[in-house]
Design a protein around this ligand. Structure first.
Ligand code: GTP
Ligand code: MG
Length: 197
């Protein structure tokens, strides 16, 4: 898929204020600092489109970006960020989960996983929750430039194995690097194929 236009539409903390659910949308979620916003900039080829930071907890709202005037990318806050209050964490959890559970136009949730770390409980629990809700999801292993392909493949295998404890099969998997712009075509072609269905 070729991206001709990518524009920021709105940021929200309330599900009731989201844009009308009339276009297909794809949400990007994962632990804080895993590279969600960087990946969105890489996919759209627009450096400053989604705000990125070295400090975890940068994205705190639901951000809609309109792509080619006919589908949305949604940048979500990261989960598992230690340095926020418990009540804020609970608010966030409720709000994001309501969004994911109720958003009728949501086609797929991209769950981003750091390709350098062994399976994390929080990521597996989140995937299990998506499975329980019957939501389609794919996995994107990020920051692949930071280590060898062999190490990344080990992380992917370990995660697949952990998922198979609760799922019958594994979802579609992508390996990306925002730094090297790798994995871009694969993710965009996947979106294109789902949009065409
Ligand atoms: P929150 O919004 O805080 O949840 O973070 P996020 O998941 O949106 O991460 P963000 O895109 O802001 O990136 C976090 C840090 O990781 C930044 O310093 C990025 O430059 C770096 N980063 C993201 N993707 C890559 C990548 O593919 N390779 C490398 N080397 N660094 C990356
Ligand atoms: Mg972010």
């Amino acid at each position: 898929m070729i991206i001709k236009t990518a524009e920021f539409i709105c940021s929200n903390t309330q599900v009731s204020k989201l844009p009308p659910a009339v276009l297909p949308e794809y949400a990007f979620i994962g632990r804080s600092n895993v590279g969600k916003s960087s990946l969105i900039n890489m996919l759209t080829n627009k450096k400053g489109l989604a705000k990125t930071s070295q400090t975890p907890g940068k994205t705190q709202l639901i951000n809609h970006f309109l792509i080619n005037d006919n589908w949305y990318i949604v940048d979500l806050p990261g989960y598992g960020y230690a340095r926020i209050s418990k009540s804020k964490k609970e608010d966030w959890n409720k709000f994001i989960r309501t969004y994911l559970d109720k958003r009728e136009s949501l086609q797929c949730v991209f769950v981003l996983i750091d390709s350098r770390v062994e399976p994390q409980k929080i990521d597996l629990e989140f995937c299990n929750w998506l499975g329980e809700k019957g939501l389609s999801f794919s996995l994107i292993f990020t920051k692949a430039d930071k280590q060898s392909r062999v190490k990344t493949d080990q992380t992917v295998s370990a995660f697949k194995k952990a998922l198979l404890a609760t799922f019958d099969d594994v979802p579609t998997i992508f390996i990306t690097s925002a730094e090297l712009q790798s994995g871009r075509e694969e993710v965009l072609n996947f979106v294109g194929s789902v949009n065409d269905q």
